[in-house]
Design a protein around this ligand. Structure first.
Ligand code: FRU
Length: 482
């Protein structure tokens, strides 16, 4: 066996060995993408290729901690039902021996091409970074073509996560980087053929005095309506009131990419998700012209060691796929339409008049559920609250228009919260609940909160209450579980 075969063999053994225990976990997700075993982080190489969606993921098969990452691989025809494919990349070469780190996929001349970062560390823990290419004829087996870009001057070895796209006949790549002055930024490359790459320099970075951290990971650049969006995950942004309270952030700038001068002119940075667990998102444009995003439903932080799923030898998952749209220069997110195929029969109760009291939903909610809540006649409402499974509270305060999600902390025995401001008040919520997560789409995706939760499931109740009067419509669906 050569090194590559050996690494693959060991990872497959790991799946075989632990598949029963993984499936026994009551917190194993029902309809979110999860690792077969081990740790999953960033979505990689997300593409619709010859009609089929491919979603690769950063994968550590041997442990529930980070390490020399593989690229795991799922495929799907509907973005809802996923099949595990053979391992796409294993960290087997001198240029990726400490990890086949994040990257992207493009279609070219009938082939699928993956661009990823080869992570290398020597005995003294010094880091080297290489941008690498792997190609495939069938979208299943990939052959590594080696290094296509070496580290340019002016940057530290924190230079990674190539995202490639085509624009007016040329190929472009953005890379997440850290300057030698230890500021985060995005670097652009251009290529006529996906093989020879020319560095066009830094297209975005912090302006003087910006609180945008020391390293920008996982950049993505795409056109949305008549604008361009630069999506990235900066590390080292300092908390500022209700903003930037996670260990690392993910967000975007909306503007215009000036391809002639290699410069992105963008707005200020906006968090794309307001919850606890969202990082390193990646998008693709599908055959229907939709811009679809997956995020990693976690953040690299000290909570990871407290996830109860590690006792069942797996950790982390993806968010549901979300379609992005631009509305008044703000990115809105909608769970993709296909997720409706998971819905069983609905339970609807319309026209609940709440006036300073509580209403308890009459049927027990399943741990895989979707819930839609519409609020009408809110003029006299001063606050609204929803409580779920004894472990989640969503609350809205009309006075300062603040919406918050509270959950039980994974580390200490207390509630913790994330909040944001809703400029035009609260009109609706759409909740996607799975065995160990909740995603809340507020006001048709104006804001989204993603959080991992680990309910005991002894209480399957949902209650809503208000101060002042409001009229509420609620529909819930149990979602199909495989
Ligand atoms: C983001 C990240 C990327 C890197 C990958 C390694 O979560 O740190 O920058 O490529 O994870 O797994």
């Amino acid at each position: 066996m050569n090194r590559d075969e050996e690494l693959r063999y060991k990872a497959y053994q790991e799946i075989e060995l632990h598949k029963d225990i993984v499936e026994r976990d009551p917190h194993r997700q029902h309809y979110h993408v999860v690792p077969p075993v081990g740790l999953l982080n960033d979505p990689n190489g997300f593409i619709q290729w010859k009609g089929t969606y491919h979603l690769f993921f950063q994968w550590m098969p041997f442990d529930t901690t980070h390490g020399a990452k593989y690229w795991g691989h799922y495929s799907s025809t509907d973005l809802v039902n996923w099949s595990l494919e053979p391992i796409a990349l294993a960290p087997s070469n001198w240029y990726d021996k400490n990890g086949c780190y994040s990257g992207s996929a493009v279609a070219h001349n009938g082939k699928m091409k993956l661009f990823y970062t080869g992570n290398v560390k020597d005995e003294q823990n010094n880091r080297e970074t290489y941008q690498c290419l792997a190609t495939s004829e069938d979208g299943i087996e990939f052959s590594k073509q080696g290094v296509v870009i070496e580290l340019p001057e002016g940057y530290t070895a924190h230079f990674r996560d190539p995202k490639v796209w085509q624009h007016e006949g040329s190929w472009y790549m953005v890379i997440g980087a850290q300057t030698t002055e230890e500021e985060g930024c995005v670097v652009l490359y251009e290529s006529p053929d996906l093989e020879k790459w020319e560095c066009k320099g830094q297209i975005a970075g912090p302006a003087h005095g910006d609180n945008l951290g020391y390293m920008w990971e996982c950049p993505d650049m795409f056109a949305l309506e008549d604008k361009d969006v630069l999506l990235f995950s900066p590390q080292g942004v300092k908390a500022d009131g209700v903003l930037y309270n996670n260990a690392h952030q993910s967000g975007y700038m909306v503007g215009q990419m000036d391809y002639h001068h290699s410069r992105f002119h963008g707005s200020s940075f906006v968090e794309i998700d307001r919850g606890f667990d969202f990082y390193a998102p990646q998008t693709t444009l599908d055959d229907h012209g939709r811009r679809i995003m997956f995020g990693w439903m976690s953040v690299p932080d000290d909570q990871e060691a407290h996830h109860p799923t590690i006792n069942y030898r797996w950790i982390h998952c993806m968010t549901v796929p979300r379609e992005l749209q631009l509305c008044n220069s703000k990115v809105y997110q909608t769970p993709i339409e296909e997720l409706k195929q998971l819905r069983e029969e609905p339970t609807t109760i319309a026209n609940i008049n709440l006036a300073n009291q509580q209403y308890v939903w009459p049927s027990e909610l399943d741990c895989a559920s979707e819930i839609e809540i519409g609020l009408n006649n809110t003029e006299e409402m001063t606050s609204f609250e929803l409580e779920l499974f004894d472990c989640i509270t969503l609350s809205y305060n009309q006075h300062d228009r603040e919406f918050s999600l509270y959950r039980n902390s994974l580390i200490h025995d207390e509630k913790e919260s994330r909040s944001c401001h809703l400029s035009s008040g609260l009109q609706s919520m759409r909740l996607f609940v799975d065995a160990s997560s909740i995603e809340v789409f507020v006001n048709d995706g104006e804001e989204v909160f993603s959080a991992r939760i680990f309910p005991s499931h002894t209480n399957q109740d949902m209650a809503v209450r208000s101060e002042g009067t409001v009229n509420v419509d609620i529909t819930s669906w149990t979602l199909k579980q495989e």
